[in-house]
Design a protein around this ligand. Structure first.
Ligand code: ADP
Length: 380
């Protein structure tokens, strides 16, 4: 007698971290045939509301990581605040995508700068305190027009860990305040900032999302605009493709770029869904979250084609008083995403996306909605 066909089993993906990125992965997991478990620090974490299951523990707790690994087929990440040695260990228990070797690019800014430069990719001029010798550091500082930018090699995000000193004394202070390795780099006169997001599959297939411009305030992304000026598209795509191959990423890769008079420089890479790709939820045929889960679960990629001529995403960064999500949602054309977090000034609480035929109009609508929601940031 023929046996009953077995329903195909969903791939079980575990996410290290329960923040808004894991929350938005949870919103699409079932659509792409994935069962999602997150490693959350508490049941109040943003992703707990959308995932299938959660394990409570810290991202740097080896025992908690092992509990997650034993429950799933493949592990991926909501953030890069992890201990690489623990992730190497995790790879002995379970598939980890992106791999520990790939993740090193995102976890450690010093590693990132060194490896990108060695591959001939343009980055800001830099030295590494704790690696380069004192004479090299002194020569580097003497060759700058003003104080450098001081960055913690590990543990920073959203501008935390990035300091803009105003003189030699505050430079020394900033370096001493960093517990581990510090990267010092030239302070650039930026014409603008861009982000190129792509996705790479287990078999090495790559799909690029359209390039976006990003606006940063106090180190935090405030808005992204698609389309970006056409003149940068080829260079940005080529840089991101090279970094994808170099790192061996599986899943989403975001490459943040500085636009300078001398052309594009790579500021930073992230190997996970990225704030500058949130617009793809409504603006592209397959969102970055769906494509990340497709990639890490071993599936082929979905189309990254845009669905309209323009899309503007504005982050909601808490002002001193909360606004109204209902009022924000009542703005015609605004897609409001609330991360379910408690209100705190300067905290990323949600975002708003407007997709349409015209970037100028989308910009006006997205900011109207974000202001009603209570964002504390200013428009461009
Ligand atoms: P994070 O890792 O916290 O995102 P980044 O290194 O990306 O920090 O820096 C945050 C922002 O600070 C950048 O987007 C840019 O606006 C500004 N910035 C960083 N480095 C430089 C630099 N070398 N010159 C000028 N501005 C910089």
């Amino acid at each position: 007698m023929p046996s009953e066909p077995q329903p195909s089993r969903r791939t079980h993906v575990g996410v290290v971290g329960g923040g808004q990125l894991a929350r938005m992965m949870g919103e699409v997991a079932h659509d792409v045939g994935v069962h999602l478990t997150v490693l959350a620090t508490s049941p109040e974490d943003a992703a707990v509301a959308t995932c299938d299951a959660f394990v409570v523990g810290e991202s740097r707790d080896a025992a908690a990581l092992a509990r997650l690994a034993d429950a799933v087929d493949v592990v991926t990440f909501d953030h890069e605040l992890v201990e690489l040695a623990q992730i190497v260990e995790l790879e002995r228990r379970v598939a980890v995508r992106p791999s520990a070797a790939a993740l090193a690019f995102a976890v450690d800014k010093a590693h990132q700068r060194r490896h990108l430069e060695a591959a001939g990719i343009a980055v800001p001029r830099y030295v590494i305190v704790g690696d380069d010798d004192d004479a090299a550091i002194a020569a580097f500082l003497a060759g700058l027009d003003g104080p450098p930018v001081v960055k913690a090699a590990r543990g920073g995000y959203d501008g935390r860990g990035v300091v803009f000193p105003f003189d030699a004394a505050s430079t020394t202070e900033a370096i001493e305040a960093i517990a581990g390795t510090a990267v010092l780099e030239e302070r650039l006169d930026l014409r603008g900032e861009l982000s190129q997001v792509l996705v790479r599959s287990v078999t090495g297939e790559v799909a690029l999302y359209p390039l976006v411009t990003t606006l940063q305030r106090e180190g935090m992304c405030v808005e992204t605009v698609y389309p970006a000026p056409e003149q940068y598209a080829n260079d940005a795509a080529a840089l991101a493709m090279r970094i994808a191959e170099l790192s061996g990423v599986v899943g989403i890769l975001a490459v943040e770029l500085f636009v300078t008079d001398a052309g594009l420089l790579v500021n930073e890479v992230a190997l996970r869904p990225h704030n500058t790709g949130h617009w793809t939820i409504e603006g592209a045929a397959t969102s970055q979250f769906a494509n990340h889960l497709r990639a890490v679960s071993g599936q082929s990629l979905g189309s990254t084609a845009p669905l309209a001529d323009a899309a503007v995403m504005v982050n909601v960064v808490g002002a001193s008083e909360p606004g109204s999500i209902a009022a924000a949602s009542a703005v015609a054309g605004a897609h409001v995403h609330d991360y379910g977090k408690s209100w705190r000034p300067k905290r990323k609480l949600g975002h708003v996306t407007v997709v349409g035929p015209d970037a100028g109009a989308a910009h006006v609508t997205a900011w109207e909605s974000a202001r009603a929601y209570g964002t504390g940031t200013r428009e461009a």
